[in-house]
Ligand binder design. Structure first.
Ligand code: AMP
Ligand code: MG
Length: 408
């Protein structure tokens, strides 16, 4: 048996981020920036009004109310060819360029229009309701550091710079395959057959984590077939995730295949955790493609994905933050200690309490084959070995869906 930390270190220890490529910004959502993004344009590019109102010479309002002649109207997207001279004002819309001569805008709410004149009803200070050129972004300013994630706001900022392409780490393309003679895709199952639940779950986990899954289907429990499928996938894709065949059964060939294909540098592990104890990892082919052999039991598959696969793939994708959010939660239920020295990973339902802290309100049945029990979970509680947790105690949770903490 090896510890969780050692197993994790074995997986992520030697991995490096994938190459940087140029992508259309529209395709880069969720990718990690390959380089820092530095501003090449000022934003705003020109001084403009932040309100619908009247552009004025502010010193003319120093004593309070003043009547001015309206000499032009400036709409967003237009500029005035005139200058605002003493005794004059210009009607101006939000976002329109400030005219020469004016240094402030009096909002329309604070004026009275009388024919071709406007009564400015209060004092206006220099710069009032004017958006300074470069007030958002100056040329040369660091907008986003390398490795930061391309978020919707980041796409807005890139668009604001007129950037239509961006340099990002390649989004990992990840092959998924299930192994097992018992797995069937037929509508009617023959005696002894089961449906493949791991593959759709893994494909979805990959996609929802920002990776590109490739579904390679089911491979039968034959050494040759598994070897061919994994070595072929390792050539084509950035990572391979398989389930089943890493335990102690007579046809558990996946671990042997990963070992052979990685030239003996792979490890088949018995990690001192529950569920997801058996796990194989190696790097295969000229590219050293990471290959993950996850256990077949569905809850184990899920836990193993969260502990090992997701952080490793985030690292491949060039992300700076590779781990899920972990938090201290208050237990509203008992989580008794199982009688062993393993780290127990229990799917739980957590929600924010009136005290503003996350509370664990329910736990899923603690068996690795009971998949339906985890549907209502939004976190995984990490129980220290041998410690029995009582209601009211604190426990660390790995949050799988932060939004769902808000209300249940
Ligand atoms: P294995 O690790 O191959 O011995 O599989 C462990 C358990 O998980 C067995 O009960 C398998 O039938 C089950 N299992 C393996 N692969 C899948 C899968 N893709 N979907 C659902 N159950 C599976
Ligand atoms: Mg099997």
């Amino acid at each position: 048996m090896i510890g969780l930390d050692e197993a994790k270190e074995f997986v992520v220890g030697e991995l490096r981020a994938l190459d940087v490529e140029v992508l259309a910004t529209a395709d880069a959502l969720g990718c990690a920036l390959g380089d820092a993004v530095v501003a090449r344009e000022r934003v705003p590019a020109f001084e403009n009004s932040s309100m619908d109102g009247f552009a004025v010479r502010s010193q003319e309002t120093a004593a309070g109310a003043v009547r001015l002649l309206i000499v032009d109207s400036i709409f967003a997207g237009r500029v005035s060819r005139r200058t605002v001279a003493p005794g004059e004002a210009m009607r101006i819309m939000t976002g329109a360029a400030m005219p020469a001569g004016a240094d402030a805008v009096c909002p329309v709410e604070d004026v009275l229009v009388e024919g071709d004149e406007v009564l400015i009803r209060r004092r206006v200070d220099p710069g009032d309701c004017v958006r300074r050129a470069g007030g958002d972004v100056e040329v040369g300013q660091l907008l986003m550091p390398a490795g930061s994630e391309v978020t919707p706001a980041a796409l807005g900022v890139l668009a604001g710079q007129g950037m239509t392409t961006v340099r990002v780490h390649r989004r990992p393309v990840v092959a998924v395959l299930s192994t097992g003679d018992e797995l069937s895709t037929n509508d009617q199952l023959a005696p002894g057959q089961i449906r493949d639940t791991n593959r759709p779950m893994l494909v979805a986990l990959l996609r929802s984590s920002g990776f590109e899954p490739v579904d390679l289907g089911i491979v039968a429990d034959g050494y040759g077939a598994i070897k061919e499928a994994i070595s072929d996938a390792a050539q084509r894709y950035d990572a391979v995730v398989s389930t089943g065949g890493v335990s102690m059964g007579d046809v558990d060939h996946v671990k042997g295949v990963i070992g052979e294909l990685s030239g003996g540098r792979a490890r088949t592990m018995q990690v001192s955790i529950k569920p997801a104890k058996p796990f194989a990892f190696g790097r295969v082919g000229d590219k050293g493609t990471p290959v993950f052999g996850l256990p077949g039991n569905p809850v184990s598959t899920r836990v193993s994905f969260e502990l090992f696969v997701r952080p490793a793939l985030r690292l491949l994708g060039g992300h700076r933050r590779i781990e899920r959010l972990t938090m201290d939660a208050v237990l509203d239920i008992d989580l008794p200690a199982p009688g062993d020295q393993k780290v127990h990973l229990v799917h739980v339902a957590a929600s924010l309490g009136d005290d503003g802290r996350p509370h664990v309100v329910e736990s899923a049945a603690h068996y690795s084959h009971l998949l339906s029990a985890i549907v209502a979970s939004n976190a995984i509680a990490v129980l220290s070995p041998g410690h029995s947790y009582a209601r009211g105690e604190r426990v660390t949770i790995m949050v799988l869906d932060a939004d769902s903490l808000a209300s249940r």
